[in-house]
Structure formats: structure tokens, C-alpha cells
Design a protein around this ligand. Sequence first.
Ligand code: GDP
Length: 289
Amino acid sequence: MLLQLRHRLLSPNFPSPRTFPSPKTLPISLSLRASISQNTNPQSSQSAAFARTVLFIPPGVEPDEITEEKVLPGSNIVLGPYAGDAKIKQVDFVKSSNRPKDCPRDERPEFAMLGRSNVGKSSLINSLVRKKEVALTSKKPGKTQLINHFLVNKSWYIVDLPGYGFANAPESARMDWSSFTKGYFLNRDTLVSVLLLVDASVPPQKIDLDCANWLGRNNIPMTFVFTKCDKAKGGKAKRPDENIRDFQQLIRESYRQHPPWIMTSSVTGLGRDELLLHMSQLRNYWDQE
Ligand code: GDP
């Protein structure tokens, strides 16, 4: 049943991504808005099909019903009837586990935060829970890597996973995906979605693409959370929205449809409330299944 649910959250019957016009032809936000604003006409099957391929349409929403207001700003995520109770009122650190099988064994749903070292994971977790220094993840390369569980509102978990790809670590001290995190992803039945954090202030990095592709190939439900969207480098460097588009272009082959994605900044608070709403609709749907 859980596997079926994962599949449904990940692939709600979207057509192949190859059937829609290349995002290269329009900036993401413009192409999205154009497709949605044309979608008031029920006959407009072309724009409904287009919406189905670029948008994340949650359970309970018909593609034909989507209007621009239902798409969370700075994302491809449609808000559906399951969104609610998004506020974080209480956060308790529960435990650090050094093996997937030591993780808490209750049935509460969880979201796992994953990303390259320095991507802004601790900052985002602290911004989501509005506390400083909640995220305890060790940042020292080579130090024991732990899976940290935080219980939110006594009902669901935020899981802080070890960062991968420490820039200065020797190969042997880097994350061993095969023996550690992969086991967690493949066996954790209560995992609602991985939040894969990707730094939008830099061009797509191979290690992030490898991670995204692995998750896609293994049907692990996931959301791309682009971080540092406030950070424009100027000069010839690409803007965050351009880096995001390039990244998505590169991972398309691994996904049957576009996974949910959202732009965030822990400096300006961009995307915080929207991300919590997205998590609430996934969680509430999961809860009632
Ligand atoms: P972690 O290693 O993934 O936990 O990353 P941190 O949260 O420690 O952040 C790494 C660096 O990026 C720090 O210098 C942060 O101040 C900076 N940073 C984190 N989030 C943002 C953001 O949204 N915008 C900008 N401009 N900098 C950020």
C-alpha cells in the first residue's frame, strides 16, 4: 500500500515529459503562467496536458480545474484540498541514529532533508521551525554521520540527513551512499518525501544530479528545494532561476513527470510558508490513507 502511495504521489498519471514544449523556449515562470492562464477554458485540453506535465498536481485536484492562484508562488506546486495545519508550533529533538534500523519506529510520517554540504540545509531547517540551532548535523568532514529526527507538533518528523560531497574531504571520508543513506531511502516506509536541497546560486553540480537521478530511478518521492534564491552573483554568472531551469533540464530523463520544486531563501524567507503548505498537503493525504 505504501509503495502504491509513493507511486501515486510521484506519478499521478502524467504523460511523458517529452510531449511538452522544451522549457528552453520560455523562462519557467512565464511558460507556467501562460499555460495556466489559458486554462480557464475546459476545451483547452492542450494547456491542461501542458499543466499536467510541468506542474505537481496533488491528490484531489483535476488538471482542468487549475487556475494560476492555485499554484504556489516560486514553484510548480498546485495547492489542493489536503493543504492545512501547516504551522509549526512545537519541535522536539528525538534522537540521532547511525544506522537506518535505529531510527524511530512509530508510524508518524516524515520528510527527509538531503543536500550537499553547505547547500543551506541547517539554515533552512532553522528557518522552517523558526529557531536557531535546531539542526545539529555535524559539519566536520569525516566525523560520524548521523540521521537526526525532529518531532514536529508531536505528529510528524523532519529528518536531517548527513550532507554529502564535502568539498575538502578525502574520497574515503565522503558519504558512502551504498551502505548508509541508500538503505534509509529504500526501506523507510514512513518517508513521505525527500526534500532534496539544491543550491540555486551555482550551476548544476554533478553530485546533485547524480543524487536526483538515483532518487528518480528508485521511485523515491521527492521535492526539489532550491536554496539561496536571493543570491545573484552578477556579471556573467547565471541567475538562480536560470540555474534552476538548467538543473531541471538535466534531470528530466530520470522522471516520468516533473517532481515538485520550490524556490527558497533562508535570508529573505522566500518560499518558507509555501514549502510548509506543500508538506502539509502531502502529509495530510498520507495520514488519511
Ligand atoms: P549546510 O552545511 O547545508 O547546513 O549549510 P548552512 O545552513 O550552514 O549554510 C551554508 C552557508 O550558506 C552559510 O554561510 C549560510 O549563511 C549560507 N546560506 C544558507 N542559506 C542561505 C540563503 O538562503 N541565502 C544566502 N545568500 N546564503 C545562505
